[in-house]
Design a protein around this ligand. Structure first.
Ligand code: ATP
Ligand code: RIB
Length: 306
């Protein structure tokens, strides 16, 4: 069983379901509105834990009802929250998610407490990082804190995984230099490398550019097509499972969390771990909401056995 430390965001997601996305200036009735646990960091932690990893979290919430509710949810999952602090003067992160009948989403986030913890805070929790197999981060918390976490991890021989989402225009070279594995989607890959992802050749070229920056393992998630990988001269696409998607929110998060729970730190079982991530996220996209849609290990096993 892997130990995975997530450093990142905890959001209260407020989801609105609509028939189709509104046009600028348009007012429309919604089909449904609900709140649920979210945030890329928290979703990936929940996915890792539900897949059987021992999962730690480094992050922050505000001193408000949303923060208390989000921590309750993570506690129920038995995620180690000794690295989570409650900050005053900032609110808990929130996301406004709009999902249409095609299962597509648009998300606006307010970072709040997620952006307010710093590298010194990460230092205080370095024991969690040092006791891990993987440290995983995204771009919904401060990049300086992630750089610190990844440096501590590499110093301790712990593998670092970066999900560069939401996309950032200029990713610091200092961060990429301490990243062992990167997992962007197609849009994020284009923003990172300037290469438009159209086919396997373009993914290979993007991966080569990312390897040149010092990143050993590249995975590009390609939605309903699955995931491309390139490591140690091995590359290919592991296809997604064919399902009816109703809401893809947290598909990428489920993929990363579930995969990191089964991946060997020497990446020798990368293909099998990607297949497991594809299977887990194929269940997520068939349900609504971020954390409510993330499957447990037994559900993933049952889907495998079908
Ligand atoms: P999101 O931001 O919506 O959470 P993402 O853009 O980060 O997702 P995607 O590449 O869309 O990530 O999806 C991640 C993984 O989820 C894919 O590699 C695939 O395994 C699975 N997946 C996504 N969409 C579908 C789908 N329609 N059918 C089956 N599997 C899917
Ligand atoms: O990746 C999905 C997540 O992105 C949502 O849960 C929302 O909180 C945003 O952070």
């Amino acid at each position: 069983m892997n130990t995975v430390t997530m450093i990142g965001s905890i959001n209260l997601d407020r989801t609105i379901r609509v028939k189709q996305m509104p046009k600028p200036g348009e007012t429309m009735h919604t089909k449904e509105i609900f709140s649920a646990g979210g945030g890329k960091g928290a979703n990936q932690a929940v996915a890792a834990q539900r897949s059987g990893a021992k999962t730690n979290f480094i992050g922050a919430v505000g001193d408000d009802d949303a923060g208390r509710a989000m921590l309750d949810l993570l506690e129920q999952e038995k995620i180690d929250l000794t690295g989570v602090t409650t900050l005053t003067k900032v609110s808990t992160g929130q996301a406004y998610v709009v999902v249409d009948d095609a299962g597509e989403n648009q998300i606006m986030i307010h970072g709040g407490a997620n952006m307010a913890f710093d590298p010194a805070y990460v230092d205080d929790h370095k024991a969690l990082i040092e006791a891990s197999d993987f440290v995983v981060a995204q771009f919904e918390s401060s990049v300086d804190s992630t750089i610190e976490a990844f440096k501590l991890a590499q110093h301790a021989g712990v593998k670092t995984v970066l999900n560069p989402a939401p996309a950032m225009e200029k990713v610091p070279a200092e961060l990429l230099a301490v990243t062992d594995m990167i997992i962007p989607n197609e849009t994020e890959t284009e923003i990172l490398t300037g290469i438009k992802i159209t086919d396997e050749a373009s993914m290979l070229q993007a991966a080569a550019d990312l390897h040149a920056l010092g990143i050993a393992v590249v995975i590009i998630t390609i939605g309903s097509k699955g995931a491309f990988y390139d490591v140690d001269g091995r590359h290919g696409v592991i296809p997604a499972f064919k399902v009816e998607a109703v809401d893809t929110t947290s598909a990428g998060d489920t993929f990363i969390g579930a995969m990191s729970s089964v991946l060997k730190p020497d990446f020798s079982n990368l293909e099998a771990a990607i297949r497991y991530g594809n299977r887990a996220s194929s269940l997520t996209v068939q349900r609504f909401g971020a954390q409510p849609s993330i499957p447990y290990k037994n559900e993933i096993a049952a889907a495998e056995a079908e």
